[in-house]
Every structure is written in C-alpha cells, then in structure tokens.
Ligand binder design. Structure first.
Ligand code: FE
Length: 261
C-alpha cells in the first residue's frame, strides 16, 4: 500500500516504500537498498518520480493502476541516472507514452538501459539551471541539485503540495516500514543518515549553495528517495544540518588515494 503524502482538490502525491524485496545473504535483511517511488496525479494527468529499477517495476506498475491509468502518465522524472532511480526505463518506455526528464548530463547515457530505439524522441534533457514541468493544473519545478550526489542532479518541488522530492539528499537508511512514517525529530533519524551523507554527498560548498536556494521556499515535507519523509520542524533542522556537514571531497586525503595493501 502506498502512503498518501498529499490529497486535495484532485491533486495527489503517493509514495511507494516497500517494493521489490530480495532477501539478503550477507547479514543485510535486504539484497537491495530500500527505495521510494512517487506518483503525482493532478486530475487526469500524472507523473512518476524516480521509478526505480527492475526490482520495483512490476509491483509499482500494478500498484499504480489502482490509482491512475498508466497510459495517462505524461512524465517520468529522474533525479539522476543511477540504477535504483531509472534502470527500469525500458519497461516504462514500453508500457506508457510518457517522456522521461533527466539532466542533460545523462540524456545520452540512459538509452543504455533500453533496447535499441526505445527512447528515440522521448528523452527531455533538463539543462543545468533546471526547468518547470506542467502536470495538469500544477507544476513540478526541477531544482538544480548538482553533486548531491550525481554530477547532473535535480530535485523536484511540487508547488501544489509544497513537497520537495529531494532524491538522495535527506536519505535515511531504514526499512520500508519506517520509511512510511514522516519524521519531525531529525535527531532521532540522524544515526541512519550521517554516514550516507558523508560519503555520497560531494562537498559542504554545494550543500550550502543548496541550503541558500531552498531556505526561502515554503516546504511542508522533504521526501528523499530512500527512507523517511522529513516533516514539521525537521525540514528547517535538516537544511541547517547540511550547512555544517563536511562530506565527500572535504574529507578526502592523501591516504584515501593509496595503493591497496
Ligand atoms: Fe544515486
């Protein structure tokens, strides 16, 4: 069952949190990292954000048909081009008429997820400054989030629900059940966030640039692609937390670039 993040006047945001489990063999409960996929519906138009890989496809497609007819899907939005974001592209290209929006940095790379010719005329490259994508009466704003973590990276701000779909920023490594519960106390979630952000985010410089961009926006929730949504005071607390976080290349030293023993 998806989580309803927003539902008002024909505008709905649904989050799928627990699709495509494969039991792990090496001490992990799951073979693959828990991932969220999102369906945005406005009237009779819809978009999906970060639909995921082949693990999620069948269940997401089926789950979606209960809420929205897939042939009406107009946009597939990809924050970046990682496998857990968009590796199922081939099957979405077959089963819908939607266009796929992804950074111009990746638009000529994602056809590799598909059989030859499948993506012709259907990829919209988002330029580095971002863009606005109309979905029904509303719009999703592709906000620049480059290097958080991918080189060409966007977050999607839904102006109607005031939800920021933040891709890999704001991630917490928790299970599918915990991912369903919006969290207002950031401190409770930080132990499952910190290591990820230190390694996957590129630098404090870009975190601060991002924080300056989103601070003035009215944000009701920050919803990442793995883990729990941040709501209430956790939104501002998270933005301030990123301002002081040293990560990525900030932490790299000579010893990190040595020949292995
Ligand atoms: Fe990624």
């Amino acid at each position: 069952m998806p989580v309803t993040l927003f539902d008002r006047d024909g505008h709905r945001c649904l989050m799928f949190t627990d699709l495509g489990h494969v039991p792990g063999t090496d001490g992990h409960a799951d073979e693959a990292v828990q991932s969220n996929q999102f369906l945005i519906v406005d009237g009779d138009t819809g978009a999906i954000i970060d639909p995921g890989g082949n693990l999620a496809f069948s269940e997401l497609y089926l789950g979606m048909t209960r809420h929205f007819p897939p042939h009406r899907l107009t946009a597939i939005l990809a924050s970046h081009a990682d496998p857990d974001i968009i590796a199922s592209l081939d099957r979405w290209m077959t089963s819908t008429q939607a266009k796929v929006y992804v950074s111009q940095v990746w638009e000529r790379f994602i056809p590799h997820f598909c059989k030859p010719g499948k993506t012709v005329g259907r990829i919209v490259g988002i330029p580095d400054p971002g863009t606005r994508i109309r979905i029904g009466r509303g719009e999703l704003i592709a906000l620049p989030a480059h290097f958080l973590h991918a080189e060409g990276n966007f977050q999607f701000y839904d102006a109607t629900s005031q939800i920021l779909f933040s891709g890999d920023l704001g991630v917490s490594l928790v299970g599918g059940q915990r991912a369903k519960q919006p969290v207002e106390d950031l401190a409770a979630l930080l132990p499952s966030m910190e290591r990820f952000h230190r390694r996957y985010m590129v630098s404090n410089k870009v975190l601060r640039l991002w924080a300056d961009m989103v601070d003035p926006l009215p944000i009701r929730m920050i919803v990442p692609q793995h883990g729990a949504p941040l709501a209430g005071r956790a939104v501002k607390d998270f933005i301030s937390w990123t301002r002081d976080l040293r990560c990525g290349i900030d932490l790299m030293e000579k010893r990190n670039y040595a020949l292995p023993a």
